[in-house]
Write a protein that binds this ligand. Structure first.
Ligand code: SF4
Length: 230
């Protein structure tokens, strides 16, 4: 199975709930700012499913929800079965995805295997391929993400879009383009970038004062826009 990490209790990964966080390994993108390089290169020990299930069962009264994150969870076909099992245990489930597998996402939403979805929108679509480490003439990634946006908007499962904001990539112009692309939507989150030793390259965070100015302008398009990590 694909789970290589388990954070036993988190208060920040699913707003309003105490969650256990399950990390999948490997990713189909190579974002220049990726903070999860240990996960995306996929050389981690897999945690036996029985061990995870046993932890969840024993902590049923302490944990409200399970967050599935990566890497990219939807590159693993067997994630569907695991979502089914987690739902059967009675937990709320949140899925974090980069939005590049709309077919699997639609299947998950139609079968109500998750209760909340967060889709990363890394940049405006004119500059998407560069930031995710893809070839300039590759339309597949952006087309799939557009399809995932349509997919979450047409299924009745709560969702948010989120962008990790970085000085070298994002400014008012790029964020306005993103906001116009994803609007209307129930929630948009601008997340603080944090350089870590595992990051592929060094970039700079957008500081709080600047982020608050950006927030004010983005709220004119998507009123439910928030800062996270500031
Ligand atoms: S989608 Fe996420 S895990 Fe994959 S490379 Fe980008 S930042 Fe890293």
């Amino acid at each position: 199975m694909c789970f290589v990490g388990l954070e036993k209790a988190s208060l920040v990964d699913y707003d309003g709930y105490v969650s256990a966080v399950l990390f999948t390994q490997q990713c189909n993108l190579r974002c220049l700012f990726c903070q999860n390089t240990k996960l995306i290169f996929g050389k981690n020990d897999i945690i036996p499913w029985e061990e995870i299930k046993s932890f969840l069962t024993k902590n049923k009264n302490n944990i409200d929800a399970v967050v599935i994150t990566g890497g990219e969870p939807l590159i693993h076909k067997n994630i569907i079965k695991k979502l089914e099992e987690i739902k059967k245990l009675g937990f709320l489930v949140k899925l974090d995805t980069n939005g590049t597998n709309p077919v699997m996402l639609e299947n998950i939403l139609k079968n109500k295997l998750v209760d909340y979805v967060a889709i990363d929108i890394k940049n405006d679509f004119d500059n998407y391929n560069y930031i995710v480490g893809a070839k300039q003439n590759n339309n597949e990634i952006v087309n799939n993400i557009k399809e995932s946006i349509r997919c979450v908007k047409t299924n009745n499962i709560p969702f948010e879009f989120r962008t990790t904001i970085i000085k070298q990539f994002h400014n008012l112009s790029t964020l306005l383009k993103i906001a116009k692309t994803i609007s209307p939507c129930p929630k948009y989150v601008l997340q603080r970038y944090q350089f870590q030793k595992d990051c592929l390259f060094y970039f700079q965070a957008i500081e709080k004062e600047e982020a608050e100015k950006l927030l004010k302008d983005i709220k004119k398009i998507i009123p439910n826009t928030f800062l996270r990590g500031y």
